[in-house]
Design a protein around this ligand. Structure first.
Ligand SMILES: [Zn+2]
Length: 466
């Protein structure tokens, strides 16, 4: 399928039902040099490679805007090779990696080193977020933008170890090595810079003051919920939106987890805020009632909450108020996740189950074709990739997931491609299966199995100012 120069030769995907910007259509997808050149029913010219997709859905590859490769920094948890193998297996053809790798991605030099490392291992395309520290300068953010950062991430309430160059989840306020977490003052100081660059600012939205006031020993899942109340999410969203909106900065809320957070966000949007919202499959499928079954595999921050929270988020996604579903794929070692609830780190692998879980949710909501909006079109808009990825249309990259709607998949964590073999969705039953996956026309999965050498490329955003 590839010539000696490594570029994709002509290929036609025939016989499938194709998700197009105009709805599902039974057409053939013509691909040349990794780009979709037409959706037509004419016979492919002689010698063209043909991929038979009869009975299948032909979907745009998913873009997961929220993953943690752990690379560089924690190869025992994950690296770009295992992350992107899991992504490919799940029909995710682009991942956008968070900047809390080590060293934290707070400037152009570190960004470029990480991009080179990713290039050597990536099996799907990738973009990188830059890190906003409380000490970040306009020059640092501008440097990250020039290097190709998708945007910036501010971890409200999470400190930074100066000697280890690492974002820390459990800061010890007395430690002189720790730089204070970014706060609303940081956002206010840097919002004009973010606005001028035209890139999104992603926030981990839990108000640090509320978390500090409600901190407690964790012996049960009820303690987890009591220590991270939904008001913390709502307050952080309202405050950050007020700041971003005064300067016209783009704001994006990562991993929305609560009905209260959604209400706060929608109130801001009604008042004219341009903020965008993302939630994750674990908030759409799980509640506190699943803890006895799943244990620490479902320990994430912010936490999976009540059935009422889940229902509000599902409704938010169904209405389009939440435009993005991403995974917060955040592996820790099986040994780390085996610790007692209070000590086990928050986060679990998820990238491989994104598409399967969203197709299932969309189907149950009565319109399976909504899934590509949540995992392709919404994410492409956030990441500045809406002109090249996330759609099956002429001129777009041939990033494609071919899905069998007649064959079930039961999520089996020990068989997943992530380095870590646990999942908050272990045992989940999807009535779909991912069969073939193409990245820029090149197969990375065939018949459900990973194929080919790493050939992922970095993607950079196209913004109004670029
Ligand atoms: Zn995350």
């Amino acid at each position: 399928m590839t010539d000696s120069a490594g570029t994709a030769a002509s290929l036609v995907i025939v016989g499938g039902t194709v998700y197009t910007p105009h709805g599902p259509r039974d057409v053939d997808v013509h691909i040349s040099d990794g780009v979709i050149i037409g959706l037509v029913d004419t016979k492919p010219p002689k010698g063209t490679k043909v991929l038979d997709a009869r009975g299948m859905y032909v979907l745009p590859g998913a873009i997961d805007v929220h993953v943690h490769s752990r690379d560089p920094g924690f190869p025992e948890k994950e690296d770009f090779g295992t992350l992107t193998a899991a992504a490919a297996a799940g029909g995710v053809t682009t991942v956008i990696d968070m900047p809390n790798t080590v060293p934290g991605v707070d400037g152009a030099g570190i960004f470029e080193g990480k991009a080179a490392l990713a290039h050597s291992k990536a099996r799907v395309d990738y973009g990188l977020w830059g890190l906003m520290r409380s000490s970040s300068t306009a020059e640092q953010l501008e440097g990250l933008a020039r290097a190709g950062a998708i945007g910036f991430k501010a971890y409200l309430g999470y400190a930074f170890s100066i000697s280890r160059k690492q974002v820390l989840y459990s800061p010890d306020a007395e430690d002189p090595d720790l730089e204070a977490p970014p706060d609303y003052g940081t956002l206010l100081r840097l919002a004009p810079v973010v606005a001028a660059l035209g890139l999104p600012l992603v926030i981990h939205a839990e108000d640090p003051g509320i978390l500090a006031a409600f901190s407690r020993p964790i012996d049960s899942y009820a303690d987890v919920l009591a220590s991270r109340p939904p008001e913390a999410e709502a307050v952080a969203i309202s405050a950050a939106a007020a700041i971003a909106d005064s300067f016209g900065a783009r704001l994006h809320v990562a991993h929305l987890s609560s009905a209260l957070g959604l209400m706060a966000a929608e109130a801001a949007i009604r008042d004219g805020s341009g903020l965008t919202l993302e939630t994750c499959p674990h908030y759409l499928w799980l509640t506190e009632r699943d803890f006895p079954r799943l244990g620490t595999a479902m320990k994430v921050f912010p936490p999976v909450r009540t059935p009422a929270d889940r229902d509000a988020l599902v409704d938010g996604v169904a209405r389009g108020a939440i435009s993005i579903v991403a995974t917060d794929h955040a592996p820790h070692t099986n040994a780390e996740k085996s610790r007692p609830l209070g000590e086990a780190p928050a986060g679990s692998p998820g990238v491989q189950t994104l598409y399967l879980s969203c197709l299932e949710l969309a189907k149950r909501l009565g319109d399976v074709w909504k899934a590509p909006r949540w995992v392709c079109e919404g994410p492409a808009g956030l990441a500045g990739l809406a002109e090249s990825k996330g759609r099956i249309a002429p001129g777009f990259d041939a990033d494609i997931a071919i899905v069998d709607p007649r064959r079930d998949t039961v999520v089996n964590a020990p068989l997943m491609r992530s380095r870590q073999k646990h999942s908050a969705l272990d045992g989940f039953e999807s009535t779909f299966s991912i069969v073939d996956v193409l990245v820029r026309g090149k197969p990375v999965v065939r018949g459900g199995r990973g194929v080919g050498a790493p050939s992922g490329r970095m993607v950079a955003p196209v913004t109004a100012t670029s």
